[in-house]
Structure formats: C-alpha cells, structure tokens
Design a binder for this molecule. Structure first.
Ligand SMILES: [Fe+2]
Length: 442
C-alpha cells in the first residue's frame, strides 16, 4: 500500500459524502467526486481485498494504517461511523459504481443505524460493501445457537479468503466468535453441540472448521475446562486445518486412495497451518500447538514427526477427538456419515491408540446415551429426533417425526423422557437410510 493511499481513499469518501449533502447525485461536481472515489477504491482493491475502514478505540483506521495524526477527513468519517453505530465499512472486490452510490445515499440518509445498516445496503442490492458491527458483550447479546453458527461460518470464510490472497488474516473476529461459543458451551452445551449436525457437503472445509470448534468445546466442557481454556481450545480447533489452504485442492478433495506423494503433501498442512496462525495477532502458543499437533495422535505415531514430542497439551488431544468425530459424522465423496452412536463406538475403538482414552470417556459420558441429533426408535415404533439433552443425558427432549407405521407426521410431536422413561428408546435409526437430514429439525 502506498503511504498516501489511505488518506486519498478516506478523503475522497468524505468529500463525496459531504458533496451529496449539498447537491444531487447528477450534479457535475458530485459526479467528479464520485469518479475520484470509485477510482481510488478500485485502485486499492487491486492490491488488497477486502479493504476495511473502521474505528479502533475511536481512531479511524484503514487496513493497517491508523490515522493518529490530525487529518480532518479521518476525524469526520470517525464521527460519522460513531453516529451510525457501526464499527466501520468493508469493501470487497467486485464492488460497482452503483453500489458506492447506494452506500453514499444510505450514509446521507443517516436512518439505518447499527444492525439495520447492512439491511439498508442489502435492500439497495449492495453485495460488496458491508458494515463492521460493534462487538457487544456476551451478556448483552441474545444469540441463538444458529446465529452463533452462521457468524462463525462467516468468520472462517473471511479468514480463509485472506489466506488465499496471501494476507495475514485478522484474528479479532475469530477471537470474538469463539468467545460467544465458549460462553454458550458453559450455559447450554448440548444446544451448541446440536449445531455440529449442520453439515454442508459443498462447503466442507468451512463447516468442518466450525463443527470441530463446537465439538472441541463440548469435549472441553466434558473435561471441566474453565472459560479461558475453552477459548484457547475453540480457537485452535476453528483454525486447525487452515494449512490445507496451501495444499493442492485436487488432492484435498480426491475421492480415491492417495498416492504416497499426495499423502506427503497433505501431511504438510499442520506445519503450514502453525506458520499461518503464528503470524496472526493475539494468538498464543497453545493455539499454535493445537494446529500443529492435531494429527500427532495420542500414541505419537502421527504427523508431523518433528512435532511428536513438542505438543503435549491435553487441548491437542481434545481437538483431535473433535476432528475425528466430525469427520466420521459427515458425508464425504468417499464415505457415508455414521450416526452418533456409531461414531462413539469408533472413538472408543481408537481410544488408547490414536485418541486419548480418558478424554474420550469423559466426552462420551457427557454426550449421554443418546446424543442430541440422534434419530431413535421408541418401543411404540415411532421414530423421533433427540433435540435437547440435559447434562449427562438424564433428560431428553424428542421431536417425533414418523408414526408407528413409518409415515411422516404432519405435525411433529414433542416428547420429554426422563430417568427410566429413557428406556422407551429401543434403538438408533440411521437418518441416512431414512433420507432425513436431522439438521432440518434441530
Ligand atoms: Fe487436519
């Protein structure tokens, strides 16, 4: 980035905004200012994508440039962002003239504030500009598990995008989203765990990252980790496969058996990942160790061999269990997913060799006999989905989906089973066989 470029972009944005308060968009002087703005934004997006302009403790920044010296346009823009209750603006490559014009109109109207700002942009068809929202404290936020999940997906999407462009990804949003996830794990662990049943075959890498973070947090909760350790574990799990972005996509998605050379290539991803994560701001050694060690295995016969004796943290073992669990329960081109009880069985089979046995047991006990997301058959032959689990599975809530003859019910019935009532469940049913996507009902 050229030294003057941030100033030029901010100046042209503020000039166009101010001009538009005096004249209509069609006025020749406004057209000129718009052309300046468009030219400057486009020029900058050629070298970096996205461009973020925002506030850092009241001071304006544009990417890595902080406007600490007096610069009136920066001060005016900072005030404007504050009055709109947004943290900043993000411009993505592909932004059009019309989108920049719409942005200025939304800015000028000053009616859409906070969360409504993005909505106003969307309503005008703006796809390449969005607001950076003010992070609220967890206590202030009433986030649903699904909202947390979709936020985490967006964060991963952005981080991966940065890595693909060769940029050092920003870590604040990942830290923020993990904070909400850790908080929810402490309050409603099974509700968040249920979200790990959301699988997306086409976006495997994003979903896998978020799912492993959720499952790892559940493992950590089962081991009674405090909130700070949960955050470290969750962040490491969220970023564990980031090094795969530097491995040939064809190899990662190859359905058949890998050649030795291809497997050697895959084996580089923990080391690559540790290097990427190590360059991110505010990332601790423990997080890097999770990324580096998630394929080391409990018996240390995994990879990378150079790290076998280095990563001894139990957080690494927890992330590895989560990684296995999600991989088993997800549809891949070379594998059909297994239901939770089968995944649990397989975790037990690997306990003591590749996975840490005492952590596996704690995790299984925590999930209870019928983990949330299990499809089960009752002694009446009805089939229901476990949608909620009380701690260690002593209370279950079910949604009955199919009647005793196997027909879908028009209206799903809710049912709660406690204590001995849980014995009404006689077997687990494979949703894959029934053609049911359990995530649709959670
Ligand atoms: Fe991995």
């Amino acid at each position: 980035m050229e030294p003057e470029q941030p100033k030029v972009v901010v100046q042209s944005l503020v000039s166009a905004f101010k001009g538009l308060r005096l004249y209509p968009l069609e006025h020749p002087s406004i057209r000129r200012q718009m052309e300046h703005l468009i030219g400057n934004v486009f020029a900058m997006l050629r070298t970096r994508d996205p461009i973020r302009i925002g506030l850092l403790e009241g001071t304006l920044f544009l990417e890595t440039h902080l406007f600490v010296d007096s610069f009136p346009a920066a001060e005016e823009l900072a005030e404007l962002l504050q009055s709109l209750e947004i943290e900043g603006l993000e411009f993505n490559r592909g932004v059009t003239d019309a989108e920049l014009e719409s942005l200025l109109q939304v800015l000028r109207e000053q009616q859409a504030r906070g969360d409504l700002f993005d909505q106003a942009l969307e309503e005008r068809g703006v796809r390449h500009i969005r607001a950076l929202q003010v992070e609220k404290d967890d206590e202030e936020e009433d986030l649903s598990p699904r909202k947390i999940y979709s936020r985490a997906l967006e964060v991963v999407d952005r981080i991966f995008h940065d890595v693909r462009l060769g940029n050092i990804p920003a870590s604040e949003q990942a830290i923020g989203t993990i904070k909400s996830m850790a908080h929810m794990t402490l309050n409603e662990p099974h509700a968040l765990f249920a979200m790990s049943m959301l699988k997306d075959y086409d976006n495997y890498t994003f979903n896998h990252s978020v799912n492993v973070a959720i499952i790892a947090l559940t493992v950590g909760r089962a081991c009674n980790l405090d909130e700070e350790r949960l955050r470290i574990l969750g962040l490491g799990a969220l970023l564990h496969d980031i090094g795969k972005l530097e491995v040939d996509w064809g190899i990662i998605n190859k359905p058949g058996q890998l050649t030795d050379a291809e497997f050697e290539e895959i084996k580089r991803h923990p080391q690559n990942g540790a290097e990427i994560v190590g360059r991110m701001e505010g990332i601790t050694r423990d997080v890097i160790d999770i990324v580096l060690g998630h394929h080391i295995h409990f018996n240390r016969d995994g990879y990378p061999t150079s790290a076998r004796d280095k990563t001894t943290s139990l957080l690494v073992d927890m992330a590895a269990i989560a990684d296995s669990y999600d991989a088993m329960t997800t549809l891949r081109s070379y594998q059909r997913p297994v239901p939770p009880s089968e995944a649990i069985k397989r975790l037990r089979e690997s306990a003591g060799s590749t996975l840490n046995p005492s952590i596996v047991e704690k995790f299984i006990r925590f999930l209870g006999p019928w983990p949330v997301g299990s499809l089960v058959r009752l002694d009446t032959n009805h089939i229901g989905l476990v949608t909620w689990v009380g701690s260690e599975g002593e209370t279950l809530r079910l949604k009955i989906l199919l009647d005793e003859e196997g027909h879908f019910l028009e209206k799903f019935q809710e049912m709660t089973l406690t204590g001995e009532g849980i014995a009404k469940i006689v077997a687990e049913v494979d949703p894959f066989v029934k053609g049911i996507n359990v995530a649709d009902y959670l």
